[in-house]
Design a protein around this ligand. Sequence first.
Ligand SMILES: [Zn+2]
Length: 170
Amino acid sequence: MVECLLAKQNVVGSSPIIRSKKYIIMELDPVVLYQKCQPTNFSKSLANLRLAQRMVQTMIREQGVGLAANQVGVDIRLFVMYVDGELFHCFDPEIIDHSIDQIMSREGCLSFPSEQCEIPRYRTIRARYANANGHFQERDLSGLAARCFQHELDHLNGITMHERQGARSA
Ligand SMILES: [Zn+2]
């Protein structure tokens, strides 16, 4: 989460380049960051896909490993991740099982640049999420993918890393 783990050329080069008009919200309207997002309308699959692709472009441009829709002002339960060379579009994501133990680690967030928080996250999770068409799958995630998924899912529930940690640190 802290370091840029992106191989920019890989993602940009292997997917249609869509000029991103999405910008990460910081001071514009922070309210949207603290609201629970609405479920996806899967009848709009093409619009869903285009939104996810634009968010990927924004995430890459900003050198993040994850980005939630409400970070760019869109009220939909969607986040994208790029971890360990794999790109994720996660619509209506949820955690359906998790390890008992948690790991502490520092996290950053594109909505709070230059800040880091020490946050406990489940070591492993079983994640469930859909693609833009509403096709669900389950994945067992660990390491950075598990941590990022939990961070981004928090965003969709209006929870930032500050609430998780309870205090800020530089
Ligand atoms: Zn974040």
